[in-house]
Design a protein. Structure first.
Length: 288
């Protein structure tokens, strides 16, 4: 039992609001320039990636209840407070490769009370840096805040209906397996609209804001384990989608929140969406 959870999360959420504003500034200055370095997943590192990561590490390590910070941009976790309790997995700037195209990008946080598994996720959050800054905080509900006149103002809770009409299909299409191609096509044949920017945060945010749909990043011939990282990306969004009334599974139809990463940077095929769409994915993959 954790009697301090609400108070602890309130402090962490306030800090996330603060770093969101700093990171927006970093993006604003960015001209898409890269370092010569790569991160643990082999992605080239934008200076904005590294700057955003340093901001988060500097600010969140000030919170005494946070024991460790595990970043997509670093090989290992950083222990910040030995007497702390929570382990925060985060992607400081997801989709940074599209910053140079001035498309929306985001930051993702998973707050784990114990080791990095879905069952230990006590809260998740993400920030969308777009025409405005939007923040979603998820603990007992999925709550949307918009940055207006210098503060984050609560707008509403986000809920996923039984089904939607957005289809957001990731992965290299020439490497999709036959059954995956067929189920993606089946949504389009039902009138779904293609909405895919290459930024996981705005793509998943759009489905939540519109109330339903399906996002997929499958295992493909070139990436059998998919591309999206469990700890920093898939588990936090799986937590958010389930809390909003939808679902999140892997290619074996296992609940994403039941997956147990073996390594910090493990990836998984993932499907996140409304209940109807998740069931269609399960049926299609069961036949394969
Ligand atoms: P692709 C961005 O690099 C990212 O990690 C996610 O934000 C996004 O969903 C995915 O990769 C896009 O990958 O292969 O479609 O470019």
């Amino acid at each position: 039992m954790n009697d301090n959870l609400e108070k602890d999360l309130a402090e962490i959420f306030e800090k996330i609001k603060e770093v969101a504003i700093y990171i927006q500034g970093v993006i604003g200055e960015s001209e898409g320039e890269y370092f010569e370095t790569q991160n643990s997943t082999g992605d080239m590192q934008l200076k904005a990636d590294v700057k955003a990561d340093l901001i988060i590490e500097k600010e969140l390590s000030k919170i005494a209840t946070i024991k460790s910070l595990c970043s997509e941009e670093k090989d290992e976790c950083v222990i910040c407070n030995l007497d702390g309790r929570y382990h925060v997995g985060y992607d400081p700037l997801d989709g940074s490769s599209i910053v140079e195209a001035n498309l929306s990008v985001g930051t993702i946080f998973g707050i784990y009370d114990g080791e990095f598994t879905g069952e230990n996720l006590v809260a998740s959050a993400y920030v969308v840096y777009g025409p405005g800054i939007e923040l979603v905080l998820a603990h007992k509900s999925v709550d949307l805040y918009t940055f207006q006149y210098g503060v984050f103002e609560y707008k509403k809770s986000l809920i996923l209906k039984e089904r939607g009409n957005i289809n957001s299909p990731g992965g290299t299409q020439q490497h999709w397996e036959k059954h995956h191609k067929e189920v993606i096509e089946s949504f389009f044949n039902e009138g779904y609209r293609l909405r895919y920017s290459g930024g996981m945060v705005p793509d998943l945010h759009q489905i939540l804001i519109k109330g339903g749909g399906i996002f997929s990043y499958p295992g493909t011939a070139d990436r059998p384990k998919g591309k999206l990282r469990m700890i920093f990306e898939v588990l936090p969004f799986a937590h958010i989608y389930e809390l909003a009334g939808g679902g999140a599974i892997d290619a074996k139809s296992t609940r994403a929140l039941e997956l147990k990463p073996e390594h910090y940077h493990d990836t998984t095929p993932c499907f996140l969406g409304s209940k109807y769409e998740i069931e269609k994915i399960k049926e299609a993959y069961a036949k394969s």
